[in-house]
Design a binder for this molecule. Structure first.
Ligand SMILES: NC(=O)c1ccc[n+]([C@@H]2O[C@H](COP(=O)([O-])OP(=O)(O)OC[C@H]3O[C@@H](n4cnc5c(N)ncnc54)[C@H](OP(=O)(O)O)[C@@H]3O)[C@@H](O)[C@H]2O)c1
Length: 246
């Protein structure tokens, strides 16, 4: 078999920073060529690719704004790889807005990035995803337990969980597994405001385990799900929250 046929490819959406960047770097260490997707953070995405290459891995960049209705199609059309083995649907936004404060514009943007794009990126990449491939979606513990002030965001993660289950059932015939990871509060730009001014202590008081969750914790579970030991697990939502609100 030629080297290019053996090369395993993982595409991680929203890999310019935070959890996506950690997943991209972890999967590169696991031996995947990683397609580092970003929307606006070109410099940060380039830094992620450079870090992967410094560590001996390989990566390429892919830009697409998934808040736009043509973003998923653009992403699929721009992807140079003929095949992928792993799709990690990680890109997401989290406006901290109560129902009283949320505008229709903010709702539509949230809905496009967290739900619509996840659905259509998956749809358009299915022909390129090899049989036996893996899909991992980023959910959240807020789909199972109520946190104040983020009702619409939480509902988008309920969508992720249901879609994960449904796709696992239908894609099993191609040997494709579909799972979700559900982090608790993880230290990234998305949660900076939440963790300031005593927020970190409040978060930890809800966890069974001590400490603040980091992107590497999530990346490790994704590595398991897309690796050989994850081959018999599908349709599951795996909690990565240090035991939050058990
Ligand atoms: N942090 C947490 O506590 C936590 C907990 C549970 C679940 N999650 C989920 O984990 C995922 C990653 O979160 P994070 O904390 O790592 O967030 P983050 O640091 O804010 O990173 C978000 C990523 O999504 C990308 N993105 C944002 N808007 C986009 C758009 N319009 N089109 C395409 N990509 C876009 C960003 O790319 P650009 O910068 O290039 O725009 C960035 O790479 C999200 O799905 C989030 O809901 C996070």
């Amino acid at each position: 078999m030629s080297a290019s046929k053996k090369r395993r490819v993982a595409l991680v959406t929203g890999a310019s920073r935070g959890i996506g960047a950690a997943i991209a770097q972890r999967l590169a260490r696991d031996g995947f060529h990683v397609v580092v997707h970003y929307a606006h953070g070109a410099a940060e995405a380039r830094d992620v690719c450079a870090a992967i290459e410094r560590a001996g891995g390989s990566a390429t960049l892919l830009q697409a704004d998934l808040s736009m209705s043509d973003g998923p199609q653009y992403l699929a059309d721009t992807l140079a790889e003929p095949h992928i083995d792993v799709l990690v649907n990680n890109a997401g936004i989290a406006p901290f807005e109560a129902i009283e404060d949320m505008s229709e514009g903010s709702y539509d943007r949230l809905s496009n990035v967290n739900m619509r794009s996840l659905f259509f990126v998956t749809k358009y990449l299915l022909p390129k995803l090899r049989d036996g491939g893996r899909i991992v979606n980023l959910s959240s513990i807020v789909a199972r337990t109520a946190f104040p002030g983020i009702p619409a965001y939480s509902a988008t993660k309920g969508f992720v969980d249901v879609l994960t289950l449904q796709l696992a059932a239908s894609l099993g015939e191609r040997g494709i597994t579909v799972n979700a990871v559900a982090p608790g509060v993880i230290e990234t730009r998305l949660t900076t405001g939440l963790l300031e001014n005593g927020g970190a202590e409040a978060v930890q008081s809800m966890q069974a385990l001590a400490g603040v969750g980091t992107p590497d914790r999530v990346a490790g579970v994704v590595s398991f799900l897309v690796g050989p030991d994850g081959a018999w697990t599908t349709g599951q939502v795996i909690d990565v929250s240090g035991g939050t609100k058990l």
